[in-house]
Design a protein around this ligand. Structure first.
Ligand SMILES: [Zn+2]
Length: 296
């Protein structure tokens, strides 16, 4: 599932490519993805709205539109957004878009600078490829976003400037009996870290995922905090991890999968110590990967 770096990459791409365009029309062959309106009223309400801004809260994408509307998207397991500029698709993009993983387009927003254009000759398509069809699409009033239960419940964003070491320590110290591997994934405490980066962060910090918070010393907490920032920043710079379905808006892969140290590398030898074997355990039904030598 896309985590903070992947969603941030998509948001950055969208801000670069679709601001100022008007939604001329919308098509879907999987109408169940639209959660709060019927397809007909979704299509009617989204037509002729101009795209003003794109932002992220946790792993949720918000596309702010004119007249106080916002398009709210959660990519879930396999969803990813593709932007196809019908006037200039590069050879590389053409090659990316023809990749199997990008072939599951179930929703299309037709975009143009001119709102009177017909969808058949508009300039840009925003396409939503989603193999498993778990993604969520909502059209709502912008001002109601902060009242959404799932948004209200989110903890502080892992990349928020206000998320500093003191704040991290406060979160941890309230939960001495919890396991660090579980806490890092709890979106209601810290938003944005998922399965991939949890394993990588704890590996770099040298802390075993099953350690109890109450047993961690300040130095270990500091290491974990530093690695949260370092790894997420690096992953954003590398346009995310494409270990399975995630692709950016050009249909291309991120690059962080090339430098993963433990995630899905179980059975291999640790690259840091050269002797430990990468192990895999389940915590709350999700796999976590670590080196038994480096992480105590
Ligand atoms: Zn090791």
């Amino acid at each position: 599932m896309p985590e903070l770096p992947e969603v941030q990459t998509v948001v950055n791409d969208l801000n670069k490519k679709i601001i100022g365009y008007t939604i001329v029309d919308f098509w879907s062959d999987w109408k169940n993805a639209i959660k709060n309106l019927t397809f007909v009223s979704f299509q009617k309400n989204i037509k002729n709205k101009k795209i003003l801004n794109v932002r992220r809260i946790g792993k949720n994408i918000f596309i702010d539109l004119s007249d106080g509307w916002t398009l709210y998207i959660h990519l879930k397991m396999t969803g990813h957004l593709l932007i196809k500029d019908n006037k200039k698709i590069s050879e590389k993009e053409q090659e990316n878009f023809s990749e199997r993983v990008n072939q599951y387009v179930h929703h299309i927003w037709f975009l143009d600078k001119n709102s009177n254009k017909d969808k058949s000759n508009c300039q840009m398509n925003l396409e939503f490829s989603d193999l498993r069809k778990f993604a969520k699409i909502v059209l709502m009033n912008t001002e109601e976003i902060e009242n959404l239960p799932e948004i209200k419940a989110l903890g502080i964003d892992a990349m928020d400037r206000k998320f500093n070491f003191k704040k991290f320590q406060e979160i941890l110290e309230k939960r001495p009996k919890s396991l660090i591997g579980i806490i890092l994934m709890n979106q209601n405490l810290i938003a944005g870290i998922g399965n991939i980066y949890r394993s990588e962060i704890l590996f770099e910090a040298g802390v075993h995922p099953e350690r109890k918070i109450g047993d961690l010393n300040v130095g270990e907490m500091r290491n974990i905090f530093d690695q949260i920032k370092i790894i997420l920043k690096k992953a954003i710079r590398m346009r995310g991890t494409s270990d399975s379905d995630y692709r950016d808006t050009s249909g291309g892969s991120g690059r962080f999968q090339n430098i993963l140290k433990v995630y899905r590398l179980d059975g291999g030898v640790c690259s840091k110590c050269g002797k430990g074997e990468i192990e895999r355990i389940k915590m709350a039904q999700r796999s976590v990967f670590y080196c038994g030598e480096c992480q105590k």
